[in-house]
Design a protein. Structure first.
Length: 488
C-alpha cells in the first residue's frame, strides 16, 4: 500500500504534466518542477486522507499572492508588487516578517484601514501616493512614516499637498559664528534665542509707542522765530533736544537695532544674500532716520557756536521749509519699524504671502475701480450740471466722490442734490459693492490656504512620530512565535 506522501507526490507530478501540455499550445512557459517540489508535501503523521501540501517557494516565484490584514480588513496582492520598493516595510521580507501571523498565514497590522488603501495603491501604481479625502493630514503622515515609504515619497506627498519645499538654509562654517547666527536668526533653536527674540519684539514695540506718543501736543517742543522787527512766530521744533526723555529712549532702541543688525551681518553665512534680504533692508531703513536726526542736531549746535553769514529772509524761509519737509519725511520713515515684527510674527508673514499671491486679483480690483470712478464721476457731473447747488464743478472733482461711494465709505462732504444725480449715486454704490465683492473670495481663499498650510506644517514639525506601532510577531523561525514559556 502506497504511503500518503507517495500518492500526493504522484498527484502533483501528474497535475503538472497536464498543465504543461495545456499551456504549451498557448506558448506559456512554466517554471521547471524540481525534485524538491515533489517532496514539498506536508508530512502529517496522522494522515486523514486530505492532501495538505505546501510547495517550496523559490525567490523567482514573484506571482505568489500575499494576504495583508489591516485592522481586520484583508487585502491581497502579489509579492512582485511589494518587491518594487525593497527599501520599504512591506517590500523588505526581513522587515515585514515581524508582522507575519503563522496561524492565519497572513501579515497583520493594527493600523488605519483607510490609509492602507492609499499605501497599497502606492505599490500597485509604481509610486503614486494620494491621501484619501477622509483621512487627516497628520494621520496619513504617521502611516507613511510607519510603512517606511522613504524620504522621496514624503517629499512628493508634501508637494502634492501644496507644501512648498523648504530651501536649505546654509549655516556659517565657524562654530562661534554659527552659534551667534542661530541665536539671532532662529528663535526656535534654543531657549536663549527665544529670549533674544522676545527682547527684540519688546524694543520694536517700545520704539513704535514712543513714535506715537511724542506727537501728542503736551509733549511737543516749540520754537520762537522773529518774523519782523516787532513780530514773532511760534512753530513746532522738528529737531529734538538731546535731553528729551523720548530722544533718550529712542537712542536706546537704536543702539539695540544697530547692535542686532551688525551682529547678524558679521555672523551671516553669505554677505551678498544678507544684503538682498528685504527684511534686512527694513532693519537698515529703520535706523537711518535716527542718525540723520543726530547729524541735524550736531549741525544746529555748530551753527549756534559759529553762525553763518546772514541771508535774505525769503531765502532763509525757503531753506527752513525745505529742511522741515525733509525732517518730517525722515520721521515718517520710522513707522516702517512696525514691519520688523514680521520677522517674529507668522501672521504677518502669512498676510504678506497672501497679498503676494493675490496681486493679480488686486490688480483687477484696482482696474475695475478706476473704470468705475471715471465712468460715474463723468455721469454725475453731467447729471448735476443744471443744478445751482451742485458740488461737482468738474469731472476731477467727482473722482473723490466716486471713490468714496464705490468703497461704501460715504463721507457726505459731496452729495448729489438732483434726482438724476441721486440715481447715478445709487448705481455707483451698487457697482462698487459688486466690484469689491468679486475678487474678495479669491483673496480669502489664498489666505486660508497659506494659513492652514502654515499650521499643518507646524504640526508636522512638532510631532516626533512616537506613535504606537503594531504588535509584531517575533518569530524564532518561520512558524514559531515567541511567548511566555510555561514553567513545568
Amino acid at each position: 500500500m502506497l504511503s500518503p506522501s507517495t500518492t500526493c507526490s504522484g498527484t502533483i507530478r501528474k497535475y503538472y504534466e497536464k498543465l504543461k501540455d495545456a499551456t504549451s499550445e498557448r506558448k506559456i512557459s512554466l517554471p521547471q518542477l524540481s525534485p524538491h517540489d515533489d517532496e514539498g508535501v506536508h508530512q502529517n503523521p496522522q494522515y486523514t486522507g486530505q492532501h495538505h501540501f505546501h510547495p517550496v517557494i523559490h525567490d523567482h516565484d514573484y506571482c505568489e499572492r500575499v494576504v495583508i490584514n489591516v485592522g481586520g480588513l484583508r487585502y491581497e496582492t502579489q509579492i512582485r508588487t511589494l518587491n518594487q520598493f525593497p527599501d520599504t516595510l512591506l517590500g523588505d521580507p526581513s522587515r515585514r516578517i515581524r508582522y507575519f501571523d503563522p496561524v492565519r498565514n497572513e501579515y497583520y497590522f493594527d493600523r488605519h484601514r483607510n490609509c492602507f488603501e492609499a499605501i497599497i495603491y502606492y505599490y500597485q501604481s509604481g509610486g503614486r501616493l494620494r491621501r484619501p479625502v477622509n483621512v487627516p493630514l497628520d494621520v496619513f503622515s504617521e502611516e507613511i512614516q510607519f510603512y517606511e515609504l522613504g524620504d522621496y515619497a514624503i517629499t512628493k506627498f508634501r508637494e502634492d499637498e501644496g507644501f512648498i519645499k523648504e530651501e536649505e538654509k546654509p549655516l556659517p562654517t565657524n562654530d562661534l559664528q554659527r552659534k551667534v547666527w542661530l541665536l539671532f536668526e532662529y528663535p526656535e533653536s534654543s531657549q536663549h534665542a527665544r529670549i533674544v527674540a522676545i527682547i527684540s519684539v519688546f524694543v520694536i514695540l517700545l520704539s513704535i509707542v514712543i513714535f506715537c506718543l511724542e506727537t501728542l501736543p503736551e509733549f511737543k517742543h516749540y520754537k520762537v522765530f522773529n518774523t519782523t522787527a516787532n513780530g514773532t512766530k511760534i512753530e513746532e521744533d522738528e529737531v529734538p533736544d538731546v535731553t528729551d526723555p523720548f530722544f533718550i529712549v529712542e537712542t536706546l532702541c537704536i543702539i539695540w537695532f544697530t547692535f542686532e543688525l551688525l551682529v547678524r551681518f558679521l555672523a551671516c553665512p553669505s554677505k551678498y544674500v544678507f544684503a538682498k534680504d528685504i527684511m534686512n533692508m527694513i532693519d537698515l531703513v529703520a535706523i537711518i532716520p535716527y542718525f540723520i536726526t543726530l547729524a541735524t542736531i550736531v549741525a544746529e549746535k555748530e551753527e549756534v557756536i559759529a553762525p553763518k553769514a546772514p541771508v535774505s529772509p525769503n531765502k532763509e524761509g525757503n531753506n527752513q521749509a525745505m529742511s522741515l519737509a525733509i525732517l518730517r519725511v525722515i520721521r515718517l520713515v520710522r513707522v516702517f519699524r512696525i514691519f520688523k515684527l514680521s520677522r517674529h510674527s507668522k501672521g504677518l508673514q502669512i498676510l504678506g504671502r497672501t497679498l503676494k499671491a493675490s496681486m493679480r486679483e488686486l490688480g483687477l480690483l484696482m482696474f475695475f475701480l478706476f473704470i468705475g470712478v471715471v465712468l460715474f464721476s463723468s455721469t454725475v457731473y453731467f447729471a448735476e450740471a443744471g443744478s445751482p447747488h451742485s458740488h461737482f464743478k468738474s469731472i476731477p472733482d467727482g473722482f473723490w466722490w466716486a471713490v468714496v461711494t464705490m468703497t461704501t465709505v460715504g463721507y457726505g462732504d459731496m452729495t448729489p442734490v438732483g434726482v438724476w444725480g441721486k440715481i447715478v449715486g445709487s448705481l455707483c454704490a451698487i457697482a462698487g459693492v459688486l466690484t469689491i465683492a468679486l475678487p474678495v473670495p479669491v483673496i480669502v481663499s489664498n489666505f486660508n490656504y497659506f494659513y492652514h498650510r502654515e499650521t499643518d506644517q507646524e504640526e508636522m514639525q512638532s510631532q516626533n512620530f512616537n506613535h504606537v506601532q503594531s504588535c509584531p510577531y517575533m518569530p524564532g523561525f518561520l512558524g514559531e512565535t515567541k511567548g511566555p514559556k510555561n514553567k513545568p
